[in-house]
Ligand binder design. Structure first.
Ligand code: UD1
Ligand code: CA
Length: 466
């Protein structure tokens, strides 16, 4: 059976009180809509119709970079947001009538592929007859959700939205999770009968249940593997809850893989990360994008690591920010170090507190332990960068390169004015401003000589007040 999906993401998301379209708010660093697309994609659907409307162009543009399956996505525009049923209608002309349709909302980012798979399988069960399968869940607090109304035989006969529900119906705790699978023809017939005679004056998708039921379509209710999967995000409180559930799952996965998390509740993974064996991650660490950590690494409290690789046996001390950088094996970074894009450290490099490295390659065993800026530079092996050394890489118009050879010693508080080359084994005296190339093995000192003034006396404060 071919499956086509329709994902609804045209709503404004007014309850978010945000200018960002709701579908683009992120969970685990990824747009909610991208999560839904991911789950759907696991079913290998023939097509994914995504209905957009409110700031639709922004949703499309943002997803283009996020979802790896753009050729399958058919963008549909719902000009006016007249309800979820109306939104599905906009997609119907492009849907293959022989397909099984899977209908979803773009604000339920935690849904699993396995649950969707089961829903579609249930809809397909009746060999050609085509039943409608609906995902429901019994929740302790159903506020805001559509309620599942069953007849006295226990069959689902309709969904009533909370705003239209009687007091008795509001007591029902079985809710509409917001996922429907059915043959396209069944959906089409039921949609054709919708009206907007309800509290919100909208064409509710949920009303297709009553229509299909009245037409004798078999309605099967199935439940998600975990009730958290169906969380719909309407407010920032919902979004925060979704984030915590998502992060708990990330932490569980890492623990199962053998990563020692000092507190699984205090790690945030916003992307994909991989760890080698025997890594320890302290509290409040944030991992963003693609992060690869080799075996035996220690990541200190409060580290933020984005799109970077950390070599085996390295220690990232507390409060480091590592962004698009490569750290070699057995390095010692931080505390309070900042590695910016294109910082590439060979093995056994030490980068200490308040040292910033940008677009620089640092050779094996080199050290910059305190209060430095290394930008647009190449350092050889075994270099020692003293406290407060600055590569002056910018002349106000252009960036220039500093090349430092092997075993160079740069004394504290020196400024290296690029473009500049310092040969192997050279020494720079502390407090120097170096503007010219330094030959290998040479000593360069570029500072005023110390002068001692004989007979000088300190001024004294006058006592007469004048
Ligand atoms: C909806 C269901 C409710 C269910 C709940 C589950 C309806 C009428 N109600 O309520 O039964 O329990 O989800 O989370 O379907 N959208 C459009 N076009 C529109 C209106 C909405 O594309 O004209 C999209 C929204 O962007 C959103 C989704 O449809 O992604 C659901 O809309 P929302 O307003 O969040 O519905 P709920 O009130 O949550
Ligand atoms: Ca919703």
């Amino acid at each position: 059976m071919t499956v086509e999906a329709v994902i609804l993401a045209a709503g404004e998301g007014a309850r978010m009180r945000s200018t960002l379209p709701k579908a683009l708010h992120t969970v685990g660093g990824r747009a909610m809509l991208a999560h839904v697309i991911d789950a759907v994609n696991a079913l290998k659907p023939a097509k994914i119709h995504v209905v957009v409307g409110h700031r639709g162009e922004q949703v499309k543009a943002s997803l283009a970079s996020d979802a790896p399956l753009n050729d399958k996505i058919n963008w549909v525009t719902q000009k006016e947001q007249l309800g979820t049923g109306h939104a599905v209608m906009q997609a119907l002309p492009a849907v293959d009538r022989a397909a099984t349709l899977l209908l979803l909302y773009g604000d339920t980012p935690l849904i699993s592929a396995a649950t969707l798979q089961r829903l579609v399988a249930v809809a397909d069960e009746d060999e050609g007859e085509g039943g409608l399968a609906l995902l429901t869940a019994t929740v302790p607090d159903p506020a805001g959700l559509g309620r599942i109304v069953r007849d006295r035989h226990g069959e689902v006969v309709r969904i009533v939205e909370e705003k239209d529900a009687s007091d008795a119906q509001k007591q029902i705790r079985e809710c509409n999770a917001g996922f429907i699978a059915a043959p396209a023809g069944v959906v089409e017939t039921a949609l054709a009968q919708l009206d907007n005679d309800n509290a919100q004056k909208e064409f509710y998708l949920t009303d297709i249940i009553a229509g299909a039921s009245a037409a004798g379509v078999k309605i099967a209710a199935c439940q998600p593997a975990a009730v958290e999967e169906i969380l719909g995000v309407n407010t920032h409180a919902d979004l925060a809850r979704a984030e915590r559930i998502f992060q708990a799952a990330q932490a569980r996965r890492l623990l199962e893989q053998g990563v020692c998390l000092r507190d699984p509740a205090r790690l945030d993974v916003r992307g994909r990360c991989e760890f080698g064996a025997d890594c320890v991650v302290d509290v409040n660490v944030i991992l963003e994008g693609e992060v690869v950590v080799g075996e035996g690494c220690r990541i200190g409290a409060g580290a933020v690591i984005r799109n970077s690789r950390i070599g085996a046996g390295s220690v990232i001390d507390a409060n480091c920010v590592i962004d698009n950088a490569v750290v070699g094996a057995r390095c010692q970074i931080g505390p309070f170090a900042r590695l910016r894009p294109q910082a590439e450290l060979d093995s056994e490099v030490h980068i200490g507190n308040f040292v910033e490295v940008k677009k620089s390659r640092i050779g094996r065993g080199s050290k910059a332990n305190h209060l430095s800026y290394l930008g647009d530079s190449t350092l050889g092996r075994g270099v020692n960068i003293g406290a407060g050394v600055i590569t002056c890489n910018y002349d106000g118009a252009d960036k220039h390169h500093t090349r430092i050879g092997d075993d160079v010693f740069v004394g504290s508080n020196s400024q290296l004015v690029a473009p500049l080359a310092i040969g192997d084994g050279a020494t720079i005296g502390a407090g120097s401003t170096i503007t010219e190339d330094v030959a290998a093995e040479a000593l360069a000192v570029g500072r005023a000589r110390q002068k001692t003034v004989d007979g000088w006396t300190r001024p004294l404060k006058r006592r007469d007040g004048k």
